[in-house]
Each structure stands twice: as C-alpha cells, then as structure tokens.
Ligand binder design. Structure first.
Ligand code: ASP
Length: 591
C-alpha cells in the first residue's frame, strides 16, 4: 500500500499513529543533525522529520539524496510539532520517519513549483504537468470539477437529461469560422467541429426530450484575443414548452445554487434590463454594475451654444467621475490621449471640473457659462469635487467609446471590488444587426432566434427599415461586466425560419442545403422551445474574480492557438494526406 493517509489529512488527534504517506518533495531543509522534508500531494503538505537520534544513518543518507519533486513513500509515527505552523491544516503535526523509499527520481524542474512561480507562460505551458502541480492551478482544477458536478446535480434535479451530441458535424454559421476535419471515406468532403450543439439540441426538443443539458466542448476558429480559446466548454441547455420567463428563472436558480454551494456566496435576485436601456445608460450590452457612473445625455443642454464640435453631432454624452475635480492638467491630458488611442478612437475629450468651491473649470469655458455647466452637472448628478468627462459624435460609436472610458475610470478609482458580484439579465436584444460595410443583416444572436411575438407580423410583412427595429426573445446573463451566457426562444415554424434565413441573405437552395434537416424537422410537430448556454470556463474565472479563462483549463492553447506541451498543430505525413485525398499547397514563408 502506498499510503494510509493523504498529505493533507493528519491532525493533532492522529498523534501516535503509525502512517504511510506518498507524494512529491516540496522542500528539503537540512540542519545536519536534523532534517525536514515537506511532502506534497493534491490534498496538502505534511512535514517529515528525520532525526539522527531516531533514524538510522542509512535512512538519513537516503533522505539526503532526494531533491525537489522526487516521488517518495515514507512510513513513520505522527508526533506533535514543537513549532507549529498555523498556515496549513496539518501544521500541528509531523511524521518521524522510520522507513523511506524513493519511488521515482526527478530532474530539477525548469521553474519553481510554488504558489508564486518564476516560470514564464510558454515554459509553464510546455511543462504543464509541472505547472498543474502548483497550488493555485490545482485549486482552480478542483473548483472547476466542483462546479461541473454541482451543475449536473442541479440540472438533473430539475429533470434535465444529459445527452451527448456529435463532434463531427456539418458547418453551422454562428459568426465564427469552423474547424474542419477531412473525411477519408468520403473523398473531398469535410466534417466541421461544432461551434455549439445548437441545431442538435433543437432537434432533441422536436424529438420530445423536453429538457436537455450537456457540459460540452465547442470549437471556434477565431483570431485569438486575450480571453478566447479555440476550444472551450459550455453548459448547454434546451427546454420545450417553455417561456423566456421560465428559462430566466431556471438559470438564475442554477447560478445562485452554484455560487452558494461552490463559493458560499448568496446572490440577490438578478435585475433585468432591456438591451436599449443598457446601451443608453452604459453604452454596453454587458454593463458592469459594481459601480454607477451612468451616462448622461447632454444634447439639449450642450448643443446650440456656439461650440461647433457639439452642434452637428448625433450625441453628446458624459459621465461623472466622483471626487476627481482635483485632477491635474497632466492627468486630464493623459486621459484625453487614452480615449484618442486607436483602440478607443475618440476625437477628443471635453472635461469639466466642478470645483469644491462651486466654480467650474473646463476645456470649453469659451463656449459655456457657469450656468450652462451647472445644467450639465445637474444632468449627471455631479457635485462639487467631481470631474465630468464628455464625448460627442455618432451615437453607437460614442457610446462604445464612453463605455471604455467608464470602465477605465472604474478600474482607476478602484470601483470594481473583489468579492462583489453584480449579476444582470440583459433582455430584448435586436433580432438583426445591419452591417453597413457588407450591406447585409447578421443575426444578433444566431439564425434560430425567434422574434418577439408582437414583432412576427412586422417581420413577415415589413419593409427593410422595419427589420432593423425587430426585437428578439433573446437574453444574456452578465456578471460584473462579463457575458456569462446567452440564449433565446427559438423559431419552431418552418415558414418563419425560412423568412429569417432569407433576411440573412440565404437563397432558398442554400438554406435547404445547410439546414434542410432542421426545416424538415419543424414540419413534424416541433414544440415551442428555447434555451441558453453558459460559458463554463468563463463562469469559473468570474466566480474567482479572475480575468483569464486559461487558468481554469487543464491544457489550454496559447495566443497562437498552439498547445505547447504536445506541440500542436503539426504537419502530417504525405501518406496521411494522400489517404485523405488532400494536397498541400506550398506555403510561402512571409518575407
Ligand atoms: N448556442 C448558443 C451559443 O453558443 C446558445 C444558445 O442559444 O443556447 O451562444
């Protein structure tokens, strides 16, 4: 037997017991006549003590031969420690070792395996098995495992069936590119890896499964931004004979349950906000509600006062940074440069300091009287001591820019408090999004989302402009400004689905070729249905107040989509390509 206990288990009540432990050598401290080893496994760390008086010279010599990360097995007696360590649960005891076995030697690891490590990203990913031994990463894996298990418990309790859907499927346009897999048996044909099980879960509803869920891998071949992975995990769900209200309640219930059981955090009821309102008040469909700093629209108090920049624009809008009136010229200039960076793209920034003495100092003093600026302050709820920051321009763009500035000010002022969780349902998204560049509509959520009941008629009979104003039964769950998930009530009528495909620019033939199976299924008694998917990796990260989903994935890819450990992707043999009827074009190295 390799062990009677784990390295995280022994307490003062175990003193006197003879135990066997196995694990990795964390540290060795050698004082000559005495020596200690910290022995580590997933469960914790236990101190071993080697004493010249008790242990044989042989044993001591053996113990002295080991280094960090050796795998050893020891037997000995649990004794009370003289100097206790109250930082670890096993800190009251140590093991007086009488038998010692090296199970496996270890090379010196390329970085320190400790909570704080000196290893860079790529090195840690190359030796991910060593990185995964570190406390914080182990805790993340345990958290993730817990979250998955509790998700299953909750949904099973609610009558959901866990059903697997295939990974080798046909391309489903959902905004991103597909990863494709060549089919050997069908030369020249390809499978695609699912971006989500969307159509399958809808088919499961037509099939009468009623409530489906799956904790499932999804694949999207996107250019990787900081917090994206080409493969990621969703809690994917679908329900039949269901209203939006019921879906929101079910998944609000799931979220509260997970926060409570896994993190012991009690969440209040989730507020709801319409998409339009979120855009107006925060310039974002995923507002961070941990702080206020809401937008104030200033058109009626800031236009037609002789300041040309404001007069011709669609929107003049500002936020109030509390207590920032004392910002220096340099600080304000720096903020202006910040919003002018290409990533934000504002032309300029107007500031108004509402001084403690009630006077104003602004970058537009030439055009606006104190009385004018007081009217701005009233709109923004600004008081003496505050700083007003104002942007102007085309509505959508300006809102986006001010959203970035609001978040930046929130960060700088420390308003995004750790341990504070502010969930929000954003509802009533537009059905379609018009793209000026390509001159076509895109589905705001995906092509299977239903328009609101009251908008169906306008969708079937309205003109082009009408389509821009259609609302959908689509919703997102947002926590602290992060989109945790989204879903919608689906179209379950063939005619309406065809109309939607047509609006999205599909010809009848294209729609039939790509989604004939779904359209066909709708003709055999499709029940009303709807669902949602949560980003599982992201939920893990947000619940831990962390930004990166990578730290919650056992084997993540880097920014180039590479797995550094197994070194993928990689070329395949010519034979393999031949079997697949594929030919590689010569890849020219970029000069
Ligand atoms: N399939 C959707 C997604 O991946 C979620 C849903 O509509 O249920 O975003």
């Amino acid at each position: 037997m390799y062990r009677t206990h784990t390295c995280g288990e022994l307490r003062i009540s175990d003193v006197g017991k003879e135990v066997t432990l196995s694990g990795w050598v964390q540290t060795v401290r050698d004082k000559g006549f005495m020596m200690w080893i910290d022995l580590r496994d997933r469960y914790g760390v236990t101190q071993l003590i080697f004493n010249e008086e008790v242990s044989s010279t042989d044993l001591l010599e053996q113990a002295r031969s080991v280094g960090r990360e050796f795998v050893i097995m020891v037997t000995g007696k649990v004794i009370e420690r003289i100097s206790k360590n109250d930082k670890i649960p096993t800190g009251d005891v140590e093991i007086e070792v009488s038998e010692f076995t090296v199970l496996n030697a270890a090379k010196l690891p390329p970085f320190t395996i400790d909570d704080d490590t000196d290893g860079g990203d790529d090195l840690r990913m190359k030796y991910r098995y060593l990185d995964l031994r570190r406390g914080p990463v182990q805790r993340n894996m345990m958290f993730r495992s817990n979250l998955a298990i509790e998700t299953r418990k909750y949904l099973a309790d609610q009558g959901f069936l866990e059903i697997e859907t295939p990974f080798l499927i046909k391309s489903t346009p959902e905004g991103a590119r597909d990863f494709v897999v060549p089919s050997r048996m069908n030369p020249g044909q390809f499978y695609a890896l699912p971006q989500s099980p969307q159509t399958f879960k809808q088919i499961l509803m037509v099939a009468g499964m009623d409530k489906y869920f799956q904790i499932v891998k999804c694949f999207r071949d996107e250019d990787l931004r900081a917090d994206r992975q080409p493969e990621f995990t969703q809690i994917d769900c679908e329900m039949a004979f269901i209203t939006q209200e019921q879906i929101l309640n079910t998944f609000e219930g799931l979220t509260k349950y997970l926060f409570k059981t896994v993190s012991n955090i009690e969440l209040p009821d989730f507020p709801r906000m319409q998409y339009d309102e979120a855009m107006r008040r925060f310039g974002s469909d995923k507002p961070d509600l941990r702080f206020g700093m809401e937008f104030a629209e200033l058109n009626d108090v800031a236009q037609n006062k002789g300041f040309k920049v404001f007069d011709s624009v669609e929107l003049v809008v500002g936020i109030c940074a509390e207590g920032c009136a004392a910002y220096t010229r340099k600080q304000v200039d720096e903020l202006t440069k910040w919003v002018q960076r290409p990533q934000i793209g504002a032309k300029g920034l107007v500031y108004v300091k509402y001084n403690e003495d009630g006077s104003f100092k602004s970058s537009v003093d030439k055009f606006f009287s104190a009385e004018d600026l007081k009217a701005w302050a009233d709109k923004m709820g600004a008081k003496p001591g505050d700083l007003m920051l104002v942007l102007a321009g085309e509505t959508d763009k300006t809102r986006k820019q001010l959203n970035e500035l609001r978040l930046e000010m929130g960060r700088r002022l420390g308003l995004m408090k750790e341990g504070d969780f502010k969930p929000l349902w954003v509802i009533d998204f537009p059905l379609l999004e018009w793209d000026e560049e390509t001159e076509r509509f895109y589905a705001m959520h995906h092509p299977f989302t239903s328009p609101k009941k009251e908008d169906v008629d306008r969708m079937l009979n309205g003109d082009h402009e009408t389509m821009k104003s259609l609302r959908a039964d689509a919703y997102d769950l947002v926590i602290n400004g992060v989109e945790i998930g989204g879903g919608s009530i689906r179209i379950h009528d063939r005619g309406l689905q065809e109309k939607n495909f047509q609006l999205l620019g599909f010809t009848e033939e294209e729609a039939e070729a790509q989604f004939g199976f779904l359209l066909g299924a709708f003709e055999y008694g499709a029940p009303p249905h709807g669902g949602i998917a949560f980003g599982f990796d992201r939920l893990c990260a947000v619940m831990n107040g962390q930004n990166s989903i990578r730290d919650f994935i056992a084997f993540p890819k880097n920014n180039m989509g590479r797995d550094m450990m197994i070194d993928a992707p990689s070329p395949v043999h010519g034979e393999q390509l031949e079997e697949l009827n594929l030919e590689l074009k010569e890849i020219k190295k970029e000069e």
